[in-house]
Design a protein around this ligand. Structure first.
Ligand SMILES: [Zn+2]
Length: 133
């Protein structure tokens, strides 16, 4: 689904195995915040591809609470990540998201990441650009 401005519509996502384990442990499933991070395509615990629910995330969506238990099916396809880079990216994103953060710092996350890439292959020779490839 594409909006007119080219912004991709996003939906709350879930992991089928997590939902099943939540139901077993707590009696119902719930939304996992790590599953909602942009760029997080696989479950950090089970390494299976996250699935889109029917609940849209947008500034214009209503504030009605839709519980995970209402919309996550009891069975879905399970596709396990078989790509090392993808698995490393998941672990990296979890570490970054769960790391302590100095909320008073004047340094932006982008500046910090850029500084940590100095003297490695992820920055151009002059250090001004990131080598995305
Ligand atoms: Zn999971």
């Amino acid at each position: 689904m594409q909006k007119s401005k080219g912004v991709k519509e996003r939906n709350l996502r879930y992991c089928t195995i997590c939902a099943s384990e939540d139901r077993e442990q707590f009696g119902e499933s719930y939304w996992h915040i790590l599953h909602q991070l942009q760029g997080m395509n696989y479950c950090n615990v089970h390494k299976c591809r996250l699935l889109d629910s029917s609940v849209a995330i947008s500034e214009r969506s209503s504030s009605i609470l839709v519980t995970a238990e209402e919309v996550i099916p009891f069975e879905s396809e399970i596709e396990i990540a078989d790509n090392d880079i993808e698995i490393k990216l998941i672990a990296y994103m979890v570490r970054i998201f769960q790391a302590d953060m100095d909320m008073k710092s004047e340094v932006t996350i982008g500046e910090y990441l850029h500084s940590k890439m100095s003297e490695n292959k992820y920055r151009s020779i002059r250090g001004e650009q990131r080598n995305i490839v």
